[in-house]
Ligand binder design. Structure first.
Ligand code: AMP
Length: 190
């Protein structure tokens, strides 16, 4: 089973690369951002709760995120493994994920971190905002907050996986297919 954490700041290309990885390796996509947006669209209580954090570009509290991921893993059968996209975003989430997987005799195969300079990120998010309709993609201050939250709270997650010797960095600027090929090379070495 392959369980991959695809890591990187907002706008790094995690969603784009996830789609290609799912098609190639037949994995289950677990994007916490997508799950929250689905809850928002369906008007659930969870969606209501998440909205105020998401609209401001802040992180939804760990226990809410972890509960949602636990549900998704429990409700997924016959999977070849997961691509975790946008999760874990805090060290507490990373620890919780290790425990959740351990209960099922599973573990993280590796973390692939997409490296993209801040100026490129801001430009990509602004461009995405023109078509995504995402409130958090359209406001300069919110984009800044999200990048700052990433630097303060999410970067330590890479250190966590580095400590487990599971971290590989990939240069995330250039042709999508070239980046994809570099990611596949890492995955094929697991
Ligand atoms: P994303 O689509 O991954 O950029 O996520 C959009 C927003 O959803 C984030 O800015 C957070 O408000 C929330 N979110 C998504 N994933 C997480 C997570 N793992 N932990 C906390 N908040 C999250």
């Amino acid at each position: 089973m392959l369980n991959i954490v695809l890591f990187g700041p907002p706008g790094a290309g995690k969603g784009t690369q996830s789609e290609k990885l799912i098609a190639k390796y037949k994995l289950t996509h677990l994007s916490t951002g997508d799950l929250f947006r689905a809850h928002l669209g369906q008007g659930t209580d969870l969606g209501q709760l998440a909205r105020k954090y998401m609209d401001e570009g802040r992180l939804v509290p760990d226990e809410v995120v972890i509960g949602m991921v636990d549900d998704k893993i429990k409700n997924t059968q016959d999977s070849n493994g997961f691509i975790f996209d946008g999760f874990p975003r805090t060290v507490a989430q990373a620890r919780a994920l290790d425990l959740l997987l351990e209960e099922k005799n599973m573990s993280i195969s590796g973390m692939i971190a997409l490296d993209v300079p801040e100026e490129v990120l801001k430009e990509r998010i602004r461009e995405r905002g023109e078509t995504s309709g995402r409130v958090d993609d359209q406001d300069e201050e919110k984009i800044k907050t999200r990048i700052q939250v990433y630097l303060d709270e999410t970067i330590p997650v890479a250190t966590y996986y580095k400590g487990q010797e599971k971290l590989t960095k990939i240069h995330g600027v250039g042709a999508i297919d070239e980046i994809f090929a570099n990611i596949c090379e890492v995955i094929d070495s697991y």
